[in-house]
Design a protein around this ligand. Structure first.
Ligand SMILES: [Zn+2]
Ligand SMILES: [Zn+2]
Length: 123
């Protein structure tokens, strides 16, 4: 199926995975629901995500992760809540980046080539 597709950031071969719909933690093993699924976009872009409440608090409100850096958003003011849709629980996943393709694709949208090179070097 999608075997052989490469990670757009580190070029590792992606694996097809089932998880939860959340763009950050949904591809990780053994992650359980932390509050309701909510939907958001980045103001002025076509990027759209499903996320759990846990990631919202950890990554966006209290800056414990690197999501804002990956998406190049300065604060939650750049994010807009969207009407819910049926989120996919299947996605390609990069084991090296430990991120799902949905998120890696938004990184591509949001980062310049030079900024992506920094992510590649950090590997
Ligand atoms: Zn989450
Ligand atoms: Zn990768």
């Amino acid at each position: 199926m999608s075997q052989g597709k490469q990670c757009p950031i580190c070029f590792e071969i992606l694996v097809r995975k089932e998880g939860a719909p959340w763009v950050v933690c949904g591809g990780w093993d053994g992650v359980s629901a932390k509050g309701p699924t909510r939907f958001f976009g980045i103001r002025g872009t076509e990027a759209e995500f499903a996320r759990c409440t846990g990631c919202w608090i950890e990554e966006i409100l209290s800056d414990q992760g690197d999501l804002k850096r990956r998406l190049r958003v300065a604060s939650q003011n750049e994010l807009v809540e969207l009407a819910p849709w049926e989120p996919s629980i299947r996605d390609d996943f990069c084991r090296s980046c430990s991120r799902r393709l949905a998120l890696l694709n938004v990184m591509l949208l949001r980062n310049t080539d030079e900024e992506l090179d920094v992510w590649r070097r950090d590997h």
